[in-house]
Design a protein around this ligand. Structure first.
Ligand code: GLN
Length: 217
């Protein structure tokens, strides 16, 4: 789908009217601005979250792509780790892309021994899973719930989901090639995670899906 037509569809007045959901973007490190822009286009009110008081004030949270071990360390420095775990336990919706997916996991392979994670989704995630040869690549994916054409998926030193728990819905897998079948998008309740970066392609359907999840609560 053409980029312009996707963006044009995202901003009908009606969607932005009334009270847009306040969706935090964890602003410690990573591609925070890209998520801000995508959320704005989807009619949400993005809010930078760097402290616990800011987390208290949002309806949901996006965890951006970046470097999961750096974000993990900063979560501790900014005293956000336990408040964030608590909000997730209480059912706050969240969406993590790439490093954000790693942070939302209940178990992480190939990370630093001191890295922390958030237990937002019952899954085991392997960090940097696609290996050095294919640090970055792009492919078109079928994404459950987005039936109007494939999603262009941009992978940058991406993780995959090695184990998805019983309550976890697999939304997308790698369609072909040496990594065919690898799980790259999942959802458990109102927590969503992608190995790839929907925030960088201009196709806003994954963000719109998340904003709709938050609106429907
Ligand atoms: N490899 C990164 C990590 O371990 C994730 C990469 C990304 O977010 N693009 O956190």
């Amino acid at each position: 789908m053409a980029r312009d037509s996707v963006i044009a569809e995202q901003t009908p007045q009606a969607r932005a009217a009334a009270s847009p959901p306040r969706i935090g973007v964890l602003g410690l490190q990573g591609d925070v601005r890209e998520h801000f822009a995508a959320l704005e286009h989807c009619g949400a009110e993005p809010v930078n979250v760097r402290r616990a008081s800011e987390l208290d004030a949002v309806d949901a949270l996006v965890l951006p792509g970046g470097e999961s071990t750096a974000i993990s360390k900063l979560l501790e420095v900014f005293e956000l780790l336990e408040p964030l775990r608590a909000r997730l336990r209480e059912g706050m919706p969240a969406f993590g892309s790439c490093a954000g997916m790693i942070l939302l996991a209940s178990e992480v392979l190939d990370t630093r021994p001191d890295a922390q994670h958030l237990f937002g989704i019952d899954m085991t995630v392997r960090r940097n899973a696609f290996g050095r040869q294919v640090d970055s690549f792009e492919t078109d994916l079928r994404f459950t719930g987005l039936d109007d054409g494939p999603v262009r998926a941009v992978f940058i030193r991406a993780p995959w989901v090695e184990r998805a728990g019983d309550g976890v819905e697999v939304l997308a897998t790698v369609p072909d090639g040496p990594f065919a079948g690898r799980i790259v998008a999942v959802r458990q309740g109102t927590v969503l995670a992608t190995s790839f970066h929907p925030e960088v392609t201009g196709d806003l359907r994954v963000h719109r899906m998340f904003v709709d999840m938050v609106r429907d609560l």
